[in-house]
Design a protein around this ligand. Structure first.
Ligand SMILES: [Zn+2]
Length: 237
């Protein structure tokens, strides 16, 4: 038995009070992929609606503090928030970083305490071109290859998405490695493989340019997820 829980670390581009002045005239930056994951909240909400799974969303821009970086990672602060004094940086962590991560940790702990195993999907999106390099994939499934259940789940999900829409490009551990610092890597350290299966899902923001394409991609992903969840797969036995 397992229970699904969703999170969306980069859902919001809201600016915390202590950075309001810094971003006052940086509207374009706040609307860009550097501030938040375009489309990720929409995808996460749709998945939550169909599956009935709880969804925990980040409430501030990653240019303030990155909720997908652990509390020891200096990169959790951006070039803008790094300029704040220590007290204000601490406040950012206390108000935004810690509550988000505590919510997920508590949600997963509750699932495990009710004698099921947790399936956590952390929903993100990525910019189609980074540093001049085109990323030619529609959906990235990020997991830890050393965890059997994550590997099997990603494999089933990819096969099912490809069966529904054969020309959607799904890749494993792309555009990032599943084991890099992130919310799922952090949670893997707290829970054993049998208790916790965590994948980061990355949708290509290029799909947002055409709402039909975007809807088709999210629809296929949800249908695939529903199918794989219902499959009597070796993963969850
Ligand atoms: Zn993200």
């Amino acid at each position: 038995m397992y229970t699904l829980i969703l999170s969306c670390e980069h859902a919001s581009n809201s600016v915390p009070e202590q950075l309001q002045a810094t971003f006052e005239h940086r509207t374009q930056l706040l609307r860009s992929h550097r501030a938040y994951d375009q489309g990720a909240l929409d995808a996460a909400e749709r998945i939550a609606k169909v599956t009935g799974a709880p969804l925990i969303c980040g409430k501030c821009t990653r240019l303030a503090v990155d909720l997908n970086r652990s509390d020891k990672n200096p990169k959790r602060f951006s070039q803008y928030s790094r300029k704040l004094d220590a007290a204000n940086r601490k406040l950012l962590e206390k108000q935004w970083h810690q509550p988000h991560r505590d919510s997920i940790l508590n949600g997963i702990t509750r699932i495990i305490q009710s004698n099921t195993s947790a399936l956590h999907l952390s929903i993100h999106s990525f910019t189609p071109i980074l540093d001049g390099v085109r990323r030619d994939t529609d959906i990235g499934l990020l997991y830890d290859p050393s965890r059997k259940r994550e590997r099997a789940f990603a494999s089933d999900l990819k096969s099912e998405v490809s069966r529904i829409i054969p020309n959607l490009k799904v890749r494993f551990n792309y555009p990032y490695r599943g084991v890099s610092d992130g919310i799922t890597s952090w949670l893997r350290k707290q829970f054993t493989e049998t208790k916790y299966t965590g994948l980061e899902i990355e949708f290509n923001q290029k799909l947002l340019k055409n709402s039909t394409e975007w809807n088709k991609c999210i629809g296929a992903f949800i249908a695939a997820l529903e199918k794989v969840k219902g499959m009597k797969s070796a993963i969850f036995e």
